[in-house]
Design a protein around this ligand. Structure first.
Ligand code: PHE
Length: 345
């Protein structure tokens, strides 16, 4: 029996010796796991010996258990030391590699900005709100009544055909202008009325100065003592605010079914200062809007007394104002959503 113990001790020494040799070869946590498995795993010499301890006589078991367990402890301790060392090395490596330069400029979040059309609408609104106007709105899908009839276009009126209307049914259409808001607002409010109404309008048209959808702002002032001079002052004040004080404004006689008299309004060309150039087609003037005194016929549709009130109205294309303000020469670019274009504003 003494011999059996002796040979076990020899085997354990060999095992330890072999472990000492192997452990120096370990280069990673993974290799360490393999090493642990080899010396302490289920099939290792140590585990097998402990498992078969019953092969020894009872009185020897404590000594054998103690001897084998000592070797196991040694191996375990060594493995733990190596493991800790690996973890520390890895941590140091991470610290070294992942250090970052606090002096580098940060990566900025890109901020969106308001679309140029919204910006121009807001600028125009601000001007008129400053003059005491309120903001009104109306639907884009309209009835024939509000888009035409109550605006003094009887059913066979020739001006209807000028509008290139998108019809949804005989009576329902996409509004061709913001003027229907005049009628809708007057139906619901007694004079005095001072409103501006921005919104989208639709016409069957497409070239460098026309798109099937564009944006208008309507203006309407109805009170008991309004004259053409008030209209001129208002639009001149507006033009000076949006384009600058050096611009002059002129009124040309025109025709709209819902205003009488009517005018088209031009501002002097800022490129040639009124001398004539390519942008203004040699005229020195750029058209910006349509306007006129509200035709008294409209008041009958909204239950106003045509003898007691009078007023003026005007309507302008926002894209056109933006084009003139920023020197843009193609209307379609507003709707292409090219980020390089939009970012400039
Ligand atoms: N609604 C007209 C248009 O779209 C513009 C306008 C509005 C003219 C108000 C006179 C008065 O062309």
């Amino acid at each position: 029996m003494e011999e059996k113990i002796k040979s076990l001790e020899d085997d354990l020494d060999k095992e330890l010796f072999s472990f000492e040799k192997d452990k120096n070869e370990v280069k990673s946590l993974h290799e360490l796991e393999l090493l642990e498995n080899k010396y302490l795993g289920k099939k290792s010499f140590i585990s097998q010996t402990l498992k078969n301890i019953n092969d020894f006589p009872q009185h020897m078991k404590p000594l054998i258990g103690k001897t084998v367990n000592e070797t196991r402890k040694n191996i375990e301790n060594d493995i733990k030391l190596i493991k800790d060392n690996f973890i520390k090395l890895e941590y140091d490596k991470k610290l070294r590699e992942e250090k970052f330069d606090l002096t580098l400029p940060g990566r900025c979040l890109e901020h969106g900005s308001k679309n140029i059309i919204s910006q121009v609408i807001e600028e125009i609104q601000d001007i008129f709100v400053g003059l005491g106007y309120e903001i009104a709105e109306g639907p884009e899908v309209e009835t024939d009544y509000y888009n035409f009839e109550a605006l003094n276009h009887p059913p066979d009126h020739p001006a209807r055909s000028l509008h290139d209307t998108f019809f949804i049914s005989d009576n329902i259409l996409l509004r061709t202008h913001t003027s229907p808001v005049q009628i809708r607002y007057m139906e619901k409010h007694k004079p005095p009325v001072y409103i501006i109404a921005p919104g989208k309008v639709y016409r069957k048209d497409y070239d460098i100065t026309h798109t099937p959808m564009f944006t208008q702002i309507e203006g309407l002032a109805v009170d008991n003592n309004i004259n053409f001079g008030n209209l001129k002052w208002t639009l001149e004040t507006f033009a000076h605010s949006i384009f600058g004080k050096d611009r002059t404004v002129r009124f040309r006689p025109h025709y709209f079914p819902f205003t009488e008299p009517s005018a088209e309004v031009d501002v002097s060309c800022n490129i040639c200062k009124g001398n004539g150039c390519r942008v203004c087609s040699g005229t020195g003037w750029l058209e910006i809007l349509g306007a006129g005194m509200v035709d008294p016929n409209l008041y009958k549709f909204v239950d106003y007394d045509p003898e007691a009130v009078n007023g003026f109205a005007f309507g302008m294309g926002i894209e056109r104002i933006a084009m003139l303000k920023y020197g843009i020469d193609d209307l379609r670019i507003f709707f292409e959503n090219d980020i390089r274009f939009l970012k400039q504003f």
